[in-house]
Design a protein around this ligand. Structure first.
Ligand code: NAD
Length: 254
């Protein structure tokens, strides 16, 4: 019996990286997973990987920064059993790597739109379903850059700080109704996004730098985050809400 047997869970950013690994783990624990991403080909790959492991998933191509498309993926999820039990509000993008004074205004707006407005919209349209059913667990993806500053990533850091504020406010507004909202703060995780942050460099050198900057000498892999998200979505964390959980191999302990 899996931890999420007969549950329905939504994962945004499911077409790659942390979202894909988490979708696969949630499905392996019995959830039917609604896979959301702008990348249709990535979604199809994730669905095929889940089905190859005898799991269940449906895909929904949607941009998380668009209110109508967010309502669209919520409707798809409700159409499965009428319930939404878990929600991994995870899709995000990096901005250009430049100092604040050079940071283009349109790049700032774009990063805020996906990383902050997208997480807000997910909460705005998923929470009413969970509040009405009197249960549910949500995990928002923040970052180490959502606690301290992140030189070169003004828009990204601002958006991830904002995700913490959304998480705590939503948690307090929902706790009496039996709904939990937490944030996961990945450290340096080997995904396409993290590699893109060092575009133009030899990938082997980038990976070695990631490993070297992490206590213990191992940067994270998407599955490290997936396990923490499974914990927060499952009843194993039933008395936890409004927390910021770093999953970073010890980076924030330094
Ligand atoms: P990734 O690039 O591998 O995956 C992100 C996915 O989000 C992609 O499939 C992309 O198509 C999708 N996406 C982008 N914009 C979207 C939109 N508007 N609507 C729907 N989907 C969209 O990146 P990842 O590393 O797996 O990142 C996942 C989350 O983890 C992000 O929120 C990121 O900020 C966060 N994070 C990552 C790291 C890291 O080191 N990789 C560290 C801290 C936080």
């Amino acid at each position: 019996m899996g931890l999420l047997e007969d549950k329905v869970a939504i994962v945004t950013g499911a077409g790659d990286g942390i979202g894909r690994a988490t979708s696969m783990l949630l499905a392996s624990e019995g959830a039917t997973v609604v896979l959301v991403d702008v990348n249709a080909a990535g979604l199809d790959e994730t669905k095929a990987m889940i089905e190859a492991a005898s799991g269940a998933a449906v895909t929904c191509v949607a941009d998380v920064s668009d209110p109508e498309q967010v309502q669209g993926y919520v409707e798809v999820a409700k159409g499965i059993t009428g319930r939404i039990d878990g929600f991994f509000n995870n899709a995000g993008i990096l901005g250009p790597m430049v100092p604040l004074t050079d940071y283009p205004v349109d790049a700032f707006d774009k990063v805020i739109s996906v990383n902050l407005r997208g997480v807000f919209l997910g909460l705005k349209y998923v929470l009413p379903v969970m509040l009405a059913q009197g249960s549910g667990s949500i995990v928002n993806t923040s970052s180490m850059g959502g606690v301290g500053g992140l030189p070169g990533q003004t828009g990204y850091s601002a958006s991830k700080h904002g995700v913490i504020g959304l998480t705590k406010t939503a948690a307090l507004e929902s706790v009496a109704a039996g709904v939990r909202v937490n944030a996961v703060l990945p450290g340096t995780i080997k995904t396409r996004m993290a590699m893109a942050g060092a575009a133009g460099m030899d990938p082997a050198i980038v990976e070695a730098m990631m490993d070297g900057s992490t206590p213990g000498g191992r940067a994270g892999v998407p599955e490290d985050i997936a396990k923490a998200v499974l914990f927060l979505l499952s009843d194993a964390s039933a008395y936890m809400t409004g927390i910021e959980l770093p999953v970073d191999g010890g980076i924030t302990a330094q």
